[in-house]
Design a protein around this ligand. Sequence first.
Ligand SMILES: [Mg+2]
Length: 283
Amino acid sequence: MSLLLLVDLDGVVYRGSEPVPGVAAVLADRAARGDDVVYVTNNSMHYRADYVTRLRAMGAPITPETVVSSARATALHLVNHESGVRRVLVLGASGLERELRDVGLEVVTAGHAATRMHQEGIDGWAAAGAPDAVVTGLDPNLTYLRLAAASDCVRAGARFIATNRDPVYPTERGLRPGAGSVAAAVEAASGITPMSIGKPSPHLLELAAEAVGRDARDAVMIGDGVGTDLAAARAVGARCVFMLTGVGTRAEVEALPPAERPTAIAADAEELATILDGLTDRP
Ligand SMILES: [Mg+2]
């Protein structure tokens, strides 16, 4: 029987711009043998086509349906699990706007609402046209009025959904504020706590499994983060192969109480392949 593999990207398939040696080939082999391979990333800034191009170049099995970023997952959540959401105010990057439009939602950008607030002297709720929901992600062009627009809408009753709550985002120039910092600013200004889709909450993994018609409880999460990948796997009751190819360390995992440790630890692609050979489709 085939496995459902939910695979984190940064620190597992690649590290920054460099592929992690052998992992794409292991995943290609598993897909050729019938496994479902779905990529799950908290990144909220990119459109699916960007990942398809990049992962195909590395030899990893991928289609636009098998990469579920927190942006894509938020779009799927809004259309499949919330009722009555049509218009959405987006405080985030262009890839997030595109994912939301792709599922048929009417997107108002926080930038557009901010311009109207400034020019017409109206509040963010009116400027955004009374949206049903506010979605936050990493907005690389964040301004005070964009933040005001999102906060006004949440205060006026729009549902508040955060793509993820990662406080920081690693870049080549060091840590920068992440999508979680943007969500936290809106939370502070509105007094409302958002629902968060990304890891460590269970929603991203559930929506990724649903995208290929499977159950997240039967999945094997392959990830490198204790507070994200491993925590999300535990939240849905899935198994987890913890990769030492990214940010997490063996010492960090071994310091966890036994009940919170991953199913297995893999130092590299070869160990990952051996571990997967020993797993069955249901835990
Ligand atoms: Mg990672």
